[in-house]
Design a protein around this ligand. Sequence first.
Ligand code: GCU
Length: 603
Amino acid sequence: MVVMFRRAALCLAFSAAFLATAVHAQQTTLLVDVDHRPQISLDGPWHSIPDPYREGWGSNPDHASPNGYAKNAHYVPGGPLVQYDFAKSPTLNVPGDWNSQKDSLFYYEGLLWYQRDFTVHPKPHTHLFIHFGSVNYAAQIFVNGQYVCNHEGGYTPFDCEITSIVKDGDNFIVAAVDDQRAVDRVPTLRMDWWNYGGITRPVSLVELPDTYIDDYSLQLKRGTQNQLEGYVHLIGAGPGTHVALNIPDLHIEKDAVTDTNGRAEFSFAAPGIELWSPEHPRLYVIALRAGSDDLKDDIGFRTVEVQGDQILLNGKPIFLRGISYHDEAPFRSGRSWSDKDVETLLGWARELHCNFVRMAHYPHTENETRLADKLGILAWEEIPVYWGIDWTNPHTLDVAKHQLWELIRRDHNDPSVILWSMSNETPESPERNAFIHQLAQQARSEDPTRLITSAIVTHFKGTTATLDDPLGQDLDVLGYNEYLGWYQGKPETIPDYTWQNPLGKPVIISEFGAGAKAGLHGPVTDMFTEEYQDNLYRQQLQMLGKMPFLRGMTPWVLMDFRSPMRQLPGIQDEYNRKGLVSDKGEKKKAFFTLQDYYAHKNE
Ligand code: GCU
């Protein structure tokens, strides 16, 4: 009985403290262009302990406690009572979600502990960081039994500095990962995708000199196509520190000095610059040097802007031949992360003759935007402000803002990215408008060179849609989702629908589609047959071809993806089947219909 009371008291202590933990400020940093820096990979097998009752926090969830799992104790016969032992616990591969690695964890949602040993020999006068590509959803990190940092947000990278904690030689890291959906989280309780939990993208150690480059930007000066401007920001540098910027292919070598904030500004002519475009994805190596820190990147230079209801790329109107997709791993399912995964997904987009992709509904893995840069595929990136968010909760807004900050900081030098999407299908209300207004303002301030959009639910009056959601005031490009012929109306009536665009802004139809089980054939009237899906695409394309202000489309969806909302046995089997390609790589009839349409789609 005593044990019971003590346990109850501990749980109460835990729940209050955990909530305190969950809201305390993000203790993380985010180094820019980390994937171009020398790294020590921490990928591979990590020991793991699922912890549905949150025992591992011990008595003090805020930081490592003597009886908490973060201490990485070992049970020794004859020794003190220890009721866990990472070294004897099963492993999970990092990166990778836990759901798709073990049947016993397929539906697991909650707290799970990871642990691994690592050896490092830090050089004097350096900073050592642990960099995570992403951890879904919340993470608390401990090194050598000491609390290091915490992070909330399941799809954006972060680093924790461990310089003062790490030892020369053997160390260990413990990560408490919690992917429990919650009303105040972003995304919130319901979403139409699988909540893959875990350390879902690569982890590495990054060692930097005392003075290092933590951020930079280099873009075409607005309104020019041969002037470059930007900045380099240093940590550990006083004013007057020299920063060198070289672009070998342009025979450009520039030097600038930092101000009192560690920021060096650049602005210079770049004659002969070749603009980046889908047809000519020209990337330039840029080399930055500050003190003993050297950093290289591959950057493309292009302009994107709105003129009336047109989208201009490098000053010319463009039609965005796109497709939406999740970061779902082809063939094996689970969270996508590897080069092979992203090469397959973007390879299918190219087969469709896409020049554009909608990376729905959250920031995708960084190597995907890097590959889009190389392939010349334009990208819409999005934070998971999805459906019914807790609009009036200050913590929720902080988390959404922080994810947006991390996404922009990670990808603001990627020429492929042209649109930052603030949300998807959020129910209209003054609170939602105010929440997303703040996000749009933040995005404009952090990156004035890209366009702001959102995906909004289309509401029809009879057969007419008027695209006048108040969110449009904050957007440069209006994204609208519609499911004519699937969730409403019959496919044969789709061409009768008309569209009004009172805001006069460019419109992207950011979702339309229908489900089909690959290989299921039958009358065109039977839902879930390939014929039904194909006919719906033909009817949709006929209607959309008549929309004068349509500047792009990203049909839903490239590939079937897992979702707990899709339970129809023998057809869905926990997959959303609106893919043009099945999860096993089978192309459905509608794939070829869209491919043919894009092959003949002029601007
Ligand atoms: C919604 C939503 C998607 C979802 C799709 C569907 O529009 O944006 O996330 O998967 O419809 O119902 O398949």
